[in-house]
Design a protein around this ligand. Structure first.
Ligand code: ADP
Length: 237
């Protein structure tokens, strides 16, 4: 029988690298004569199977950090690495593959295609990642995250917390090795927040994903292995 998963192309020794590294990263936005330094020498690393919360006041660079970590933006200077591989050295096709397969981003809301079922959403994400048998992988992940009974429901008929958990199940179903979540519990009540944090933690413990959550939530920060405080575009001393 064929292996259900497409073997990652990165070499086995890549597992010994940190999942995510920022080395002296700057991101400068220029608009005419005005320059905004959003990140000024950001250094950090997140290990495989680590759950990190990133906190910081508004304007400290959290969104800019997420965009760079998700390979959606490029630094003005410095180096961003995923499993030791510098993103600057990757071509467009390799970056697209990295985004589809290894990196997953969970936003505050609207992570799903509203008119598709929960199952179809997860299966689509798995298919785009190039994993075989996306339907089976989607069913397994939804069941694991306690969403089997919601699988056939349209995404827009699910509660906010369920939608977030479906997005997390999609990251699990495609075995994303780095999961970035931007205020994933920002719109949820406490009970749903706990369920979403449980799901993020399951990604870490059961899939060995590195989980990086930008959050204002004290509850999320308390559950993380480590808290990184950003201030003025770098890690606060
Ligand atoms: P946070 O997410 O912590 O609120 P951001 O990363 O959004 O911080 O922003 C950091 C700084 O960079 C802010 O001063 C912000 O105004 C600026 N900034 C972010 N994106 C842009 C952009 N596209 N153009 C110009 N300035 C930007």
């Amino acid at each position: 029988m064929r292996n259900l998963y497409v073997e990652p192309e990165r070499p086995p020794e890549a597992l010994e690298w940190p999942a995510l590294e920022f080395h002296d990263v700057f991101r400068i936005f220029r608009s005419g004569p005005v320059e905004t330094v959003a990140l000024r020498g950001l250094d950090l690393r997140v290990e495989r199977a680590e759950f990190v919360a990133v906190l910081g006041p508004s304007g400290s660079g959290k969104s800019t950090f997420m965009a760079l970590a998700g390979a959606l933006d490029v630094p003005s200077a410095g180096d961003v690495r995923v499993f030791g591989q510098s993103l600057a050295r990757l071509g467009e096709a390799e970056l697209a593959r990295l985004r589809a397969r290894d990196l997953a981003i969970v936003f505050q809301s609207d992570n799903l295609i509203s008119t598709l079922s929960a199952h179809a959403n997860v299966a689509l994400s798995v298919e785009l990642a190039g994993v075989e048998q996306p339907a089976a992988a989607a069913s397994r992940a939804l069941a694991q995250f306690g969403l089997a009974e919601r699988a056939t429901h349209r995404a827009d008929s699910l509660s906010g917390g369920e939608q977030q958990r479906v997005a997390i199940a999609a990251a699990a179903a495609r075995n994303a090795s780095v999961v970035l979540a931007d205020e994933p519990t920002g719109e949820l009540d406490e009970a749903n927040e706990t369920l979403v944090i449980d799901a993020l933690e399951a990604l870490r413990t059961q899939y060995s994903s590195a989980v990086v959550v930008v959050t204002h939530s004290r509850v999320v920060a308390e559950r993380a292995d480590r808290v990184i405080q950003l201030r003025d575009g770098r890690v606060a001393a």
